[in-house]
Design a protein around this ligand. Structure first.
Ligand code: NAD
Length: 436
């Protein structure tokens, strides 16, 4: 199949590459010229495990190309995916300007039937708005389909190649047929392609992300309570998660959800509910609680230093909002840095993949270490914000030598409490006994 993918971010690039992998001819379009040049030169612009192999293979075999030339891409393709940003607008609602702007550009270029597929996370009614743009600009027939993406950064290739489900919102039989063929290779094991109307499909994505954000937030509150009543959240988590109705996943407490999706999607769903005179109370609480949880580690630090961290120096391990990605959008680590610096402390950070992106955002605020151990030099304490595997089993002898004091604030519960007691640490984690 001849396919265009508009937008080559975390979703678009993975989508384009994985669609090429099953034999389709894919043209990826982006307005960012530097990014397109990089990809044309064979460089993967994001860190995503497993992506480089597929990227290089499909470029080499001529099935995957990159361009800024939208007209060429539209002319050559029957199926056009939009994987464009939908950031929060000033009022919290999703900003649809990228989607509607691209729709307008595409509508001025089509000369024959096309299927326009929206992969971005968008509010209910967006497919209708996109369709209206086409109707206003051209007589050419197009089908506008909602096909939200559920991939997770860090395992995006695996998620795309073997999705739990594919959700497709369309009432067009023609589009259904094409998409059944297109997605067939990815659901061979029997996972479903769920066809529904456009509005239900659009809402499915927001509901899924908001439910997951709620699950995390619920467990964060349980963890906070554990600390007050002397319970251990790890034990509670296992006890709760063994119930099939609840499940083991997404129950790990921490320092709040972040990333480019959950915060904006929860906010957008609340806003959409408000616009329809529905007060989505549970999600409003989720947002409020998460806001506090993002800096809970700083509260612990301040309590330990009796509210005075002026002149203190901290090492921070982890910047990415979760492991196995370089994405630092809305990462709790950024809020922690901000709060520590505001209180007069200095911070040296290390992250296996997220440092470049943080340098571009707040490079002047922190020092960047070459590796996890040199970040500890002369630091009063170590803070942990991301559960990268490489932080799970560190060389504590080295840590002892480098850190000024044996003090660790762990936002991801990486270490065994008994071990930290044996080694003589002050160890403050989430929802567990304070080791002092
Ligand atoms: P991103 O910011 O990583 O990428 C967007 C890309 O679109 C950028 O490369 C940008 O240069 C390009 N772009 C902007 N305007 C353009 C235009 N007019 N023409 C061509 N290219 C243009 O975004 P993302 O993380 O891939 O997310 C895209 C959408 O998918 C969002 O709606 C997001 O909510 C949703 N989503 C994201 C994830 C995720 O894990 N990142 C998962 C599921 C769904």
């Amino acid at each position: 199949m001849k396919i265009a993918v508009i937008g080559t971010g975390y979703v678009g690039l993975v989508t384009g590459t994985c669609l090429a992998e099953t034999g389709n001819d894919v043209i990826c379009v982006d307005i960012n010229e530097a990014k397109v040049k990089k990809m044309q030169d064979g460089e993967v612009p994001i860190y995503e495990p497993g992506l480089d192999l597929l990227f290089h293979r499909n470029i080499a075999q001529g099935r995957l190309i990159f361009t800024t030339d939208l007209a060429m891409a539209i002319k050559e393709s029957k199926v056009i995916f939009m994987a464009l940003p939908t950031p929060p607008g000033g009022d919290g609602a999703a900003d649809l300007s990228y989607i509607l702007g691209a729709a307008k550009d595409i509508s001025n270029l089509v000369t024959e039937y096309k299927i326009i597929i929206n992969k971005s996370t968008v509010p209910v009614g967006t497919a209708d708005k996109v369709k209206a743009v086409f109707t206003a600009n051209t007589d050419i027939e197009v089908d506008v389909v909602s096909n939200p993406e559920f991939l997770r950064e860090g395992v995006a290739v695996e998620d795309f190649m073997k999705p739990d489900r594919v959700v497709i919102g369309t009432r067009s039989e023609k589009a259904k047929k094409v998409l059944t063929d297109l997605y067939g290779p990815y659901v061979r094991q029997g996972n479903p392609i769920l066809f529904m109307d456009e509005r239900s499909s659009e809402l499915t994505k927001y509901a899924a992300n908001s439910f997951l954000a709620t699950k995390i937030t619920f467990m964060n509150e349980v963890a906070n309570l554990c600390e007050l009543v002397g319970a251990d959240v790890d034990a509670v988590r296992k006890g709760v998660g063994s119930d099939d109705r609840i499940g083991k996943r997404f129950l790990f407490p921490g320092i709040g959800y972040g990333g480019s999706c959950f915060p904006k999607d929860v906010q957008a769903l609340v806003k959409a509910a408000d616009e329809n005179n529905y007060d989505f109370q549970i999600l409003k609480s989720v947002m409020e609680i998460n806001e506090k949880q993002k800096t809970i580690l700083v509260d612990k630090v301040l309590k330990y230093y009796k509210n005075d961290i002026k002149g203190k120096h901290f090492a921070l391990w982890g910047l990415a909002f979760k492991p196995e990605t370089d994405d630092v959008r809305e990462a709790p680590a950024l809020y922690i840095i901000d709060a520590l610096v505001k209180e007069g402390a200095t911070v040296t950070v290390f992250d296996p993949e997220g440092m470049e992106n943080v340098k571009n955002m707040i490079g002047d605020k922190v020092e960047f270490a070459a590796d996890q151990y040199s970040a500890l030099n002369n630091a009063d304490a170590l803070l942990i914000a991301t559960e990268w595997s490489v932080f799970r089993n560190p060389d504590f002898d080295k840590i002892d030598i480098l850190l000024k004091n044996k003090v660790v604030f762990d936002g991801r519960n990486l270490y065994d409490l008994e071990k930290m007691i044996d080694m003589g640490y002050y160890y403050n984690s989430i929802g567990r006994k304070l080791v002092e």
